[in-house]
Design a protein around this ligand. Structure first.
Ligand SMILES: Cc1ncc(COP(=O)(O)O)c(C=O)c1O
Length: 376
């Protein structure tokens, strides 16, 4: 929405609006919400850039109409389903989603006349659940169990669609339309915004389905002949750090942590314990681990010093950008993803009560914009 408004406002009143031949829409006017996805700003994060001596840039995906990069994914999945004849009038789109993809699928699904049914794990924030129900999705909340359990939320979604053409399984984890949405959309935008890749040295982000990291890392690697350094930052409880650094989904130390604490961290949408089809296509130089405390501190630091009000995964990504800046050294340009807004996490990450109950204390050092000692 914001993007399309910006485009309208940017019109010079002396220039007559051009008629678009294909759609009968004026040039610069998006043909429905589906057309207003993407073309998001790349923002210099001033505090982190000044403190590290690197240019740290955030791709402002929270400015998509549905508030996250999952708009791009939902668009590609829906259009591909329609192209293949699998998604037709009267169909219900079914998905297993931690929230963001559900919001995007519901928003776009409604705009094209489909019903949407979502299976979501029970650790998703109430704001997201409320939003999904307001949008008109049929939400099924499923207790978190291991992937081997038949009641895992992903298996529930798959089972629902099995053999019934009325249901279309979006399957964001293994559907490569997800990868394509970033390889064909987000990554070329970053490439163009950084002077055809001349002004970018590194890219880092966390992974859930892996679509973002895979799509962007492979595009940047291919187009820079391997020059641009690409990294994962992985939250506690996720097996991807081990996958990237050791080639197996867990090392023994991580497995003990997961067995003790369960596969949970407060980060929503990132961290996973299997190699998805989308993640398989990532081209990476390495990985960092990120803690929950780093995300808490970074979220509050960015709000205080940059006015950036972001969700946990974006905060983790920014901690990853600082780690990559330290690795590459001053003078480099590093891009990361600003996935969604803090508005979705006001009862958690930005709630004093929730922070207290979960034994988080925002570090005093965040008061000083030059002090990034909270990033380990
Ligand atoms: C808020 C948020 N950030 C980041 C991600 C991770 O993106 P990807 O699934 O492309 O790895 C997700 C995925 O659902 C998410 O919901």
């Amino acid at each position: 929405m914001l993007n399309s408004l910006c485009k309208l406002w940017s019109y010079n009143s002396d220039t007559p609006l051009q008629q678009n031949e294909n759609t009968n829409f004026h040039a610069g006017i998006d043909n429905g919400i589906i057309d207003s996805i993407g073309k998001t700003p790349l923002i210099r994060i001033n505090s982190l850039s000044d403190a590290t001596g690197c240019e740290i840039l955030g791709k402002a995906e929270f400015m998509n109409p549905g508030g996250s990069p999952k708009d791009r994914v939902a668009k590609e999945i829906i259009l591909e389903g329609e192209r293949k004849g699998l998604l037709k009038k009267g169909c219900t789109i079914v998905e297993a989603t931690a929230g963001s993809t559900g919001i995007s699928l519901t928003m776009l699904g409604k705009s094209r006349g489909y019903q949407v049914e979502l299976f979501i794990p029970d650790n998703v924030s109430q704001e997201k659940v409320d939003l999904l129900e307001t949008f008109g999705a049929n939400v099924k909340i499923v207790p978190i169990v291991g992937m081997n359990n038949a009641n895992h939320f992903m298996h529930c979604a798959y089972q629902k669609c099995l053999g019934d053409p009325q249901y279309y399984y979006a399957n964001q984890f293994d559907n490569l339309a997800n990868f394509n949405s970033h390889y064909l959309g987000t990554a070329p935008e970053i490439w163009e915004q950084t002077g055809q890749g001349r002004n970018i040295d590194g890219f880092v982000c966390a992974a859930g389905t892996g679509g973002t990291l895979a799509g962007i890392s492979s595009y940047l690697k291919e187009h820079s002949q391997g020059r641009i350094q690409t990294y994962l930052v992985d939250p506690p409880g996720s097996g991807l750090y081990s996958l990237v650094t050791l080639g197996t989904i867990f090392d023994i130390k991580d497995r003990l942590v997961v067995e003790k604490l369960g596969p949970r961290s407060f980060y929503e949408g990132v961290g996973v314990n299997r190699k998805t089809e989308n993640f398989t296509k990532a081209i990476l130089d390495g990985a960092f681990k990120g803690t929950e405390q780093e995300g808490v501190d970074m979220a509050h630091y960015l709000l205080k010093h940059d006015g950036l009000f972001l969700g946990g995964s974006s905060a983790l990504n920014c901690a990853g950008a600082v780690k990559l800046a330290r690795k590459l050294g001053p003078g480099k340009t590093i891009v990361t993803m600003l996935c969604d807004s803090g508005h979705r996490y006001t009862s958690r990450l930005y709630s004093k009560k929730w922070l207290n109950e979960n034994n988080f204390i925002v570090s005093d050092s965040i008061q000083n914009p030059k002090d990034l000692s909270f990033v380990k």
